[in-house]
Design a binder for this molecule. Structure first.
Ligand SMILES: Cc1cc2nc3c(=O)[nH]c(=O)nc-3n(C[C@H](O)[C@H](O)[C@H](O)COP(=O)(O)O)c2cc1C
Length: 402
């Protein structure tokens, strides 16, 4: 994938910057065109001259081009932002992660990162305590929500002499990850229309109380993000969640199972695939009180009668046509048997099984462990992976892309 690709290498002031000339060599050897931007702190660890020689291009350190600079345009950041196929910031310091999380544009790297139109990949590297600091971890959560790719640091001996998480992966690993991300964002789903549902539903008991579930929406949002990056036209119908909408995704917010049912049925036509990752309530209070129920009214305890909610998968399965229908099954017991039964009774093409009780899987987690069960063919059991990678694996299977 790297051949002929245009890569921006952003270098910030971490000790691992000494490895960047080697990474640059690997990228140019793979016939990628590379432009380097760096911070003034990075220039303490590796020289702009080395990187200019290896990239055969002027390196941008100063946001205001100097007299005689070959970077003629004053708006070089806009020009490079539109030119690139991907930008990798390696090493990404704690300082730069914080700036990116808050939209700073005060140096060549952060300014260009804001003006990009292509995937941004971050390779954080720092001391273990800087990495574990809640501020850094919160910034990373924000950056993931913006749709940036984080290449996690490795555990090992650090420059400080401490041992722990924070080491930048080897340059070969970085090159391979950039290659894989370029492949993922290579628009192989252009022209496809996909509807994804995500998050929980809330079923009102009265104007302030509801029955809900613990779904965070992360799996559905990862699916929407992955499909959108691959060029699909994505509509995302979401229950109440606190997750940032991925770029270029049309989001429709709903609250109850009934609202989700209506929204899905309204948008189901002409979709190549509908992926139901939402955790939709099966039951909702039969009546909703018009006022907030007072304690005094329920002295003997509150006995609510629940009614069945509309079954979205069943409604879709009945009118499926050519749409590839994908359901999720979250089980805690008898998983494969229950999931396979659901696949058949609801007329689905695939069911994605996850077990809520497994460590690193299910609600809230950033990772998931799933099995992809097709109507025809072999079940694929995937190891624990980031939800974004799980999303791509599901899309690969659904659209038969290896
Ligand atoms: C010797 C030395 C090594 C450093 N290594 C790192 C590092 O590996 N990761 C990091 O986040 N910061 C590191 N720092 C701190 C950054 O250089 C500092 O936060 C700087 O402001 C980063 O600027 P930049 O993000 O604009 O490049 C180091 C500082 C020194 C003096």
């Amino acid at each position: 994938m790297l051949k002929g690709k245009k890569i921006i290498l952003g270098v910030t002031g971490g000790i691992a910057a000494y490895k960047i000339p080697l990474l640059l060599r690997l990228l140019t050897k793979a016939n990628a065109g590379v432009r380097v931007v760096m911070t003034t702190a990075a220039a303490q660890f590796t020289t702009p001259e080395t990187l200019a020689a290896l990239s055969r291009n002027e390196v941008v350190v100063d946001i205001f081009p100097k007299q005689g600079s070959v970077i003629k345009s004053e708006t070089w950041h806009v020009m490079l932002g539109q030119w690139a196929d991907a930008m990798l910031i390696a090493p990404a310091t704690a300082n730069t992660l914080a700036k990116l999380a808050y939209g700073y544009a005060d140096n060549a790297v952060t300014m260009l990162a804001l003006a990009l139109r292509c995937p941004l990949i971050l390779a954080p590297a720092m001391d273990v305590d800087m990495w574990n600091h809640p501020a850094t971890q919160q910034n990373l959560t924000k950056l993931r929500e913006y749709g940036y790719f984080i290449l996690p640091p490795e555990i090992g001996e650090l420059a400080s002499g401490l041992v722990g998480e924070g080491r930048m992966p080897e340059v070969e690993t970085l090159r391979d990850r950039v290659d894989a991300i370029l492949e993922r964002s290579y628009q192989d789903m252009r022209g496809k229309k996909i509807l994804v549902t995500a998050g929980p539903t809330y079923e009102a008991l009265d104007p302030v109380r509801f029955i809900g579930n613990r779904s965070s929406g992360k799996m559905g949002f990862a699916l929407a993000q992955a499909a959108s990056l691959r060029g699909a036209d994505v509509t995302l119908i979401s229950g109440p969640v606190h997750v940032e909408t991925p770029r270029n995704v049309k989001r429709i917010d709903v609250e109850s199972a009934e609202q989700m049912h209506n929204a899905v049925m309204k948008h189901r036509k002409h979709q190549d695939s509908i992926i139901m990752a939402a955790a939709v309530a099966d039951y909702a209070p039969a009546t909703v009180a018009a006022h907030k129920i007072k304690k005094e009214e329920m002295k003997q305890g509150w006995y609510a009668v629940l009614k069945k909610t509309p079954d979205i998968l069943e409604s879709l399965g009945a009118k499926k046509g050519k749409t590839i229908l994908v359901g999720f099954a979250l089980e805690t017991t008898n998983d494969v048997k229950n999931a396979t039964a659901k696949l058949k009774t609801k007329n689905l093409d695939f069911i994605i099984l996850n077990n809520a009780l497994q460590e690193g899987a299910g609600f809230g987690s950033d990772t998931n462990i799933v099995s992809i069960i097709p109507r025809n063919g072999k079940t694929i059991r995937l190891p624990k992976m980031p939800k974004f990678d799980v999303a791509n694996a599901i899309l690969d299977r659904v659209f038969n892309k290896g």
